[in-house]
Design a protein around this ligand. Sequence first.
Ligand code: ARG
Length: 581
Amino acid sequence: MSDPVTVVSDRLRPVFAEVSGRADADPVVRPSDRADAQANGALALAKQVGTNPRELAERIVTRLDETGVLADVCSGVEIAGPGFLNLTFHDHFLARELSSVASDPRLGVVPVASPRTAVVDYSAPNVAKEMHVGHLRSTVIGDALVRMLEFAGHRVIRENHIGDWGRPFGMLIEHLLDIGEDAAAEGLSQGDLDGFYKAANAKFAADEGFQERARERVVLLQAGDAVTHELWDRLVAMSTAYFNTVYRQLGVLLTDHDIVGESVYQPLMAGTIERLEASGLLTESDGAKVVFPPGFTNREGDPLPLIIQARTGGFNYATSDLTCVIDRVERLGADLLLYVVGAPQQQHLQMVFEVATMAGWLQPPAEAVHVSFGNVLGADRKMLRSRSGEAVKLVELLDEAVERAAAAVDEKNPDLPDAQRSEVARMIGIGAVKYADLSNDRIKDYVFDWDRMLSFDGNTAPYLQYAHARIRSIFRRAGADPIAAAAAPIMLDEPHERTLAKRLLAYPSVLDDTLSSYSPHKLCTYLFEVAQDFTAFYEHCPVLRADHETVRVSRLALCAVTAGTIAHGLGLLGIDAPEQM
Ligand code: ARG
């Protein structure tokens, strides 16, 4: 309970309730430029109980004076406008709250009272296909959400729902046999997955004999033929090895343990169909088994079916996702299912969720959320492509990020020792790519712009990393340890100190807000504000050359909490904060 806005809100609530006679009264407290915070609740309340808002506000203020509930936290409560309360925090209240945060490794963030079991479905590339920038977005956003959920105290299960099943595997396996394993491994491990796929496809189109073999191979695969399964396994292993290269380069948490591909659900799907049948939801349409969830229509306004089993008997993507819902809820005991998947799959997922709800598999408190995201665009505002017009290879993209960051580091700090330089370049380059993605509202498309994301100015990873490293250098110069420094008594006499302190104290609320909307950009915006407030503070308030020792140690404590908050916030986004850069 460190955020002063929350503290004040909690104290005002019963007084608002008592005076208005409404048990559910909300004081509606927000940070404000007029004072430190403003409570606007009297307006809506007055309407509800049919009185004048200003009068209600006056009665509340009288009651606050009588009870003294705000006495130790607010130095001023003033009525403004039609009945707002402008609240000014006591300096010593802010200082006390900040001191308690300063010595808390969790920076004032209290673990959730009722932890949930969350499955986060993210990354999910397809075997023998290039991982595209959409998978990059899913990987980066999903990984940040995993870190935040874990930190908040939830039980988190990562699932990488790779596309490792389906008809194309017949032709892919035959192609693997044709070119030999070494050649296949060479292409696939270099990330030339599209090349492999295209070659198989071209043969399939041109060669009837190959077509026949591919079809037979699918049948063998589905029948569980041992040799075929072994070949399939190798194909999957070559692709996942490539995915792992990207994951390691990115520094995300995903490992082979998190892979739960579409193939896993194949043997369970007959059971799903039986259960749908038993629930009476399944109908026939054009020879296929389908469910019509209400509220979904096609362009002509006709009801839209979710196809469960095709006329040919094959199962669908939807069937695997429905089976997957059952598995997550019933086997894993999950009550929060997050799908970090691009916007084009919105309708598919909404229909799956609806059918799972109708079938009774997805019932409160369990809920499924599509954490949707927009596209990555090139400078031409079209889908990002490589120079040759192909899909961008992620490995190359990330290598380029690190190279560009290395050049920037050389320019910024030519004296950095070699060993450190490459490490710092990696942190900055990868951090820049991740942050560019996370700092944009995920729903929107964003333009991939090297110069902007690597800039040391503006809302970028390098700016935040630099702000952090600069504070660490203050401690190096002072020969002081930030952890010890954080324990010093804090005084907030200067306006810039106060502004920074209030910002730092908002961290728990910001994390709450970020997580409840699954919107990492909110945390990014906040960290940017912290860094800006720090810059203003540092310009106006000398730290190492402060006039008095008490001021010096207090300001060092402020520096310590600031650096700690930036590093911690970046950490939750999956971004490293170098000590020096
Ligand atoms: N493999 C899919 C793709 O590349 C994404 C899978 C998302 N997860 C899911 N449960 N459907 O588009």
